[in-house]
Design a protein around this ligand. Structure first.
Ligand SMILES: [Zn+2]
Ligand SMILES: [Zn+2]
Length: 494
């Protein structure tokens, strides 16, 4: 089987004489300098596109994202009246859905600069249960009828954060049946392919002890057009081992988020007299991570503020000294890093799994980081260049639904970082989403390169990302997975 008529990105450039790729059993068997004269019906014509090794997104909440694609997107909502109209119109169009999800809410985009009131929420779809989540996923509110059903909820606050926020989200997830979960993943896979990805890491579980839906999904992965790398997102090591998972965790939380003033900082926030919160004690993490490490599980923990990153990295470092293993433990987000912390991460051999678009969204002068942290600390956020230049194999991700799965936007964000000192080259940005990301799941000999022996996964764009480009004009033309075309761009169609 031959893939042809494209520019092929091979070992860091399009500057090569390769005209076609030969595929056998889903693997690249040969790079060809000439297109064979006889092409059979199975040959894939890439229409002159730019073919990269399949891009990998290393951290997504695809179950939530998939569900939300079936819900109401509140991005850039200008005021409370529009928000109310959007939610109630959507709910009316879905009379058979008991649950209504509204997401991407950001009070800063509203003229009123506030969350809606409980009363405003309650009148929108009184016969359905409504969950409204903030853009960062770290705070939410829900309709009174939904609150009444979650008996474990103690808080009287209208806006829920921390453990109450998790409780609510997970309660909504437990209400989903297997078919809805699969429908959400099918929808998520379409979003991933449209954004240019062939492999996506995703977490499933309540970030406590349940890995609900994990085993079902594990068995049905072949139904999905792209590859999902699964994380049992919980503290339940026995369940992870029993399911045969080589890893555990995800957004199991060491702290909260900068937007919600809950990321744990060594110095107080600029705009509020707090240092955020460490959600668990040092002893808790030591016990959990040690047990996982001894069982040879790769661990992934959400840590955003410097205190949280240090708390988790200290455990990785100690374990790596006492009992070295090639597990590639993950620091998810790893946003606020001093130089000292960077050298400690180098020593622990942990892998930062970072989100390029966070800087694009929040790193602008007077943006969220500067408001919350002041300008000096805002410059210590998302330190891609400093980490990479220290020899740390940073991995790229979207944290989707938090930011879009969009490879062109991600590469753009990295080469145009608001802090010029943290910019990286286009080649390094592409590596972040291919070679480095393949390494995270110990797949560096299978994924992330167009070379014989590697899986025939290709992301075909209409642009050369190593030359200046407008990310809003870049689109994914084709996705090839294991030598099969699983996506093709169609105009006027999502
Ligand atoms: Zn997280
Ligand atoms: Zn996350």
């Amino acid at each position: 089987m031959i893939i042809h008529n494209a520019h092929f990105y091979i070992d860091g450039s399009f500057d090569n004489s390769i005209k076609a790729i030969k595929v056998e059993n889903g693997l690249i068997s040969q790079l060809l300098e000439n297109v064979p004269a006889q092409l059979d019906a199975q040959a894939i014509d890439l229409n002159g596109g730019f073919a990269y090794p399949g891009f990998i997104d290393c951290h997504t909440h695809s179950i939530s994202g998939g569900i939300y694609t079936l819900g109401v997107d509140l991005e850039a909502c200008p005021n409370i009246a529009t928000l109310k109209a959007k939610i109630s119109n959507h709910a009316k169009q879905q009379p058979h859905s008991a649950l209504i999800f509204a997401w991407n809410f950001d009070e800063n985009s509203l003229a009123e600069k506030r969350f809606p009131t409980q009363l405003e929420i309650d009148e929108l779809c009184p016969d359905q249960l409504l969950l409204l989540r903030r853009v960062d996923g770290h705070s939410c509110m829900l309709s009174s009828n939904a609150r009444a059903m979650i008996t474990a909820m103690k808080s009287k606050d209208v806006i829920l954060t921390g453990a109450e926020n998790d409780l609510v989200t997970n309660w909504f997830h437990t209400q989903l049946d297997d078919e809805t979960v699969m429908k959400a993943y099918q929808s998520a896979a379409k979003v991933a392919m449209k954004g240019g990805f062939t492999t996506v890491h995703t977490m499933i579980g309540d970030a406590e002890m349940s890995i609900d839906h994990f085993k079902m999904l594990q068995k049905r992965l072949d139904e999905l057009p792209i590859e999902y790398i699964l994380y049992p997102q919980s503290f339940n090591i026995e369940a992870a081992l029993e399911a045969g998972s080589p890893r555990i965790g995800g957004c199991i939380l060491a702290d909260g988020s900068v937007g919600s003033h809950t990321a744990a900082l060594s110095q107080p926030y600029q705009d509020k007299a707090t240092r955020g919160v460490l959600y668990k004690t040092d002893d808790f993490w030591k016990e959990f991570i040690t047990k996982a490490h001894e069982n040879k599980l790769q661990v992934a923990v959400h840590c955003i503020g410097d205190m949280a990153i240090k708390q988790i990295n200290d455990v990785y470092l100690e374990l790596q000294k006492a009992n070295p293993q090639d597990l590639r433990h993950q620091l998810i987000h790893c946003e606020l890093c001093s130089d000292e912390l960077i050298s400690q991460i180098k020593a622990s051999q942990a892998v930062p799994v970072m989100q390029s678009a966070f800087d694009l969204y929040w790193g602008n002068p007077k943006g969220l980081y500067e408001q919350r942290l002041g300008s000096a600390r805002a410059k210590q956020m998302n330190r891609f260049a400093s980490l990479i230049n220290s020899g740390i194999p940073v991995c790229g991700s979207s944290d989707w639904y938090v930011t879009p799965m969009n490879i062109a936007m991600s590469v753009h964000a990295l080469i145009h970082h608001h802090n010029p000192l943290e910019r990286i080259s286009a080649q390094e940005a592409i590596d972040t989403y291919t070679k480095n990301s393949a390494r995270l799941s110990h797949d560096e000999m299978r994924l992330g390169r167009l070379q014989p022996g590697f899986q025939a996964d290709l992301s075909v764009l209409n642009a050369d990302l190593t030359k200046p480009f407008d990310y809003q004009a870049v689109r994914t033309q084709y996705i090839v997975k294991k030598g099969m075309q699983v996506y093709a761009y169609t105009p006027n169609c999502s």
